[in-house]
Design a protein around this ligand. Structure first.
Ligand SMILES: Cc1cc2nc3c(=O)[nH]c(=O)nc-3n(C[C@H](O)[C@H](O)[C@H](O)COP(=O)(O)OP(=O)(O)OC[C@H]3O[C@@H](n4cnc5c(N)ncnc54)[C@H](O)[C@@H]3O)c2cc1C
Length: 471
């Protein structure tokens, strides 16, 4: 009779609030915790790869403290699991669910094949507050607008409490021959990031969350749009890799709410952003094609421009619009970008340069530490106007006004654009005007480029293009 169970880690790199791991630990069987590098899953970029590697090493160290260790495999999960169930005579496989189209069909196939062989596959929820198939509007369909979606979630369902961390996981004494070394399967360590800003892993997630509660939560509602203010949680890479889960966030915030004097406004604003994450997962679950296709088919006829040169200037942070360039340089240098600046840089690519949102989505996916299968797609489609509850296409961010409003002292912009470090504030977001006003320029560390496209011209061109698809 079998006495082993395989636990397949995926996007749930933590011990606490991990129902599949808890189930395995409590099964009384020897547990084989594994991670599989699946070549058919969308490959992640350098920054995310760096993050995942750190996180997996820490997870392995944490598992060792409670009796097991993490083994790594490369290949199609079905084949890897077939080898492992045979080697260990395992009669059960467990995992926490993923919600994108590829993972859902892969997991369904695996479940079917193993259940035909009498091996039970069980899946659990570790990454959402509400399962997407439960949340339906009055006509029985999924919600396409955030506010009623979130109102419905909160009025109909109470998020579950987090699951406790297992105190012991009984590992298996044998070692199979299919394992690979962790570093071999991953991209290099040399991601060009200011990685000292981040501590990947479960412990790092809790530290970051505590720091946010102490320093950011009180000012979240007021200052979350200001990239130079430490008002947002910076939990996105931890949530992406499941080093913390939304149930833990929800429950801690409820505790904080009842013990400390935060305003209702700031608490509900923060929780609503966790709600936007739920909404994004909900959308890709119900419309899996939206990862490559416009959610609104009218955008299929949009006259996107092919402009490699402009795309490269945007990627490099050389558009001549300081806030756009600061955002792109922040992304390139740190693997992160503030939400408001994500909206501005994305809008610039789509509307000022008329470049297809998919090119921007791909670049963000390759560069972000938090590159998320749901949030990145929905974020880009939201900005393009092609998504659900999206910003209308005709609302075109003015990168000059956005800079003056959300980076009023220029501290964020100057941090990432040293050429402008000593530049007069009045001209910071439109440096070309200083030239035309014959102001003595004080560029540092080389020249800053002229705008690659003129704002009013770009705005009118985008609006004209939008008229074409509305007809
Ligand atoms: C074009 C574009 C691309 C984006 N790509 C990603 C991505 O790949 N990964 C990602 O996690 N987020 C993405 N976002 C959403 C958002 O920008 C980030 O989640 C946020 O900036 C992360 O910083 P934070 O953790 O300090 O956020 P906070 O403001 O502290 O929010 C807390 C958490 O709520 C969630 N959240 C916040 N804003 C949003 C949002 N607009 N949509 C969905 N969830 C949200 C995130 O999980 C975040 O960590 C994107 C937004 C845009 C406009």
């Amino acid at each position: 009779m079998s006495n082993s169970i395989i636990y397949w880690f995926r996007q749930d790199l933590r011990l606490e609030d991990n129902p599949a791991l808890l189930h395995a630990a409590q099964s009384g069987k020897s547990v084989i915790p594994i991670f599989i590098f699946d070549p058919d899953e969308r490959s992640i970029g350098m920054a995310a790869s760096w993050w995942r590697k750190q996180s997996l090493s820490k997870l392995d160290a944490s598992l060792k403290k409670i009796g097991a260790s993490l083994s790594f495999y490369e290949g199609r999960p079905l084949e890897v699991l077939e080898n492992l169930t045979r080697f260990y005579s395992a009669d059960e496989i467990v995992w926490n669910r993923q919600y994108d189209g590829y993972c859902i069909s892969r997991d369904k196939e695996i479940k079917q094949i193993f259940s035909d062989k009498g091996i039970q596959c069980s899946s659990f929820n570790a990454s959402l507050l509400f399962e997407p198939w439960l949340i339906k509007n009055k006509s029985g369909s999924f919600f396409k607008v955030f506010t009623p979606f979130w109102r419905h979630c909160l009025s109909e369902y109470a998020p579950e409490s987090p699951f406790p961390r297992p105190t012991e996981v009984r590992g298996h004494p044998d070692k199979d021959p299919f394992q690979i070394q962790l570093p071999k399967a991953l991209l290099s360590d040399d991601a060009d990031l200011t990685s000292d800003e981040w501590t990947p892993g479960e412990a790092g997630a809790y530290q970051q969350f505590e720091k946010f509660i102490e320093e950011g939560l009180a000012i979240y509602a007021e200052f979350r749009d200001f990239p130079d203010r430490p008002a947002t949680s910076r939990l996105s890479p931890y949530l992406r890799w499941g080093e913390i889960g939304p149930r833990q966030i929800w429950s801690k915030i409820q505790f904080v709410k009842s013990h400390e004097s935060f305003s209702e406004k700031t608490i509900s604003k923060f929780l609503a952003e966790i709600g936007w994450r739920e909404f994004s997962y909900n959308l890709i679950f119900h419309v899996p094609e939206m990862v490559t296709q416009n959610l609104q088919p009218s955008f299929n006829d949009f006259p996107w421009e092919e402009n490699e040169k402009a795309l490269q200037q945007w990627k490099d942070g050389n558009t001549g619009y300081p806030l756009v360039d600061a955002g792109m340089r922040e992304l390139n240098r740190t693997g992160y970008m503030h939400n408001r600046v994500r909206m501005i840089t994305a809008s610039f690519l789509i509307k000022h340069l008329m470049i297809d949102w998919r090119a921007g989505e791909k670049y963000f996916w390759d560069r972000l530490l938090d590159a998320c299968p749901a949030n990145n797609i929905t974020g880009w489609q939201w900005v393009a106007g092609s998504g659900a509850d999206a910003a209308p296409f005709f609302r075109i961010f003015n990168p000059i006004i956005q800079g003056e409003k959300f980076d009023p002292k220029g501290a964020y912009t100057k941090r990432f654009i040293p050429e402008l470090a000593h530049f007069e504030q009045k001209y910071l977001f439109s440096p070309w005007k200083a030239k035309s006003d014959s102001v003595k320029l004080d560029f540092q560390e080389g020249e800053y480029p002229d705008p690659i496209v003129e704002h009013e011209y770009a705005r009118n061109r985008a609006l004209d293009a939008f008229q074409q698809i509305r007809r």
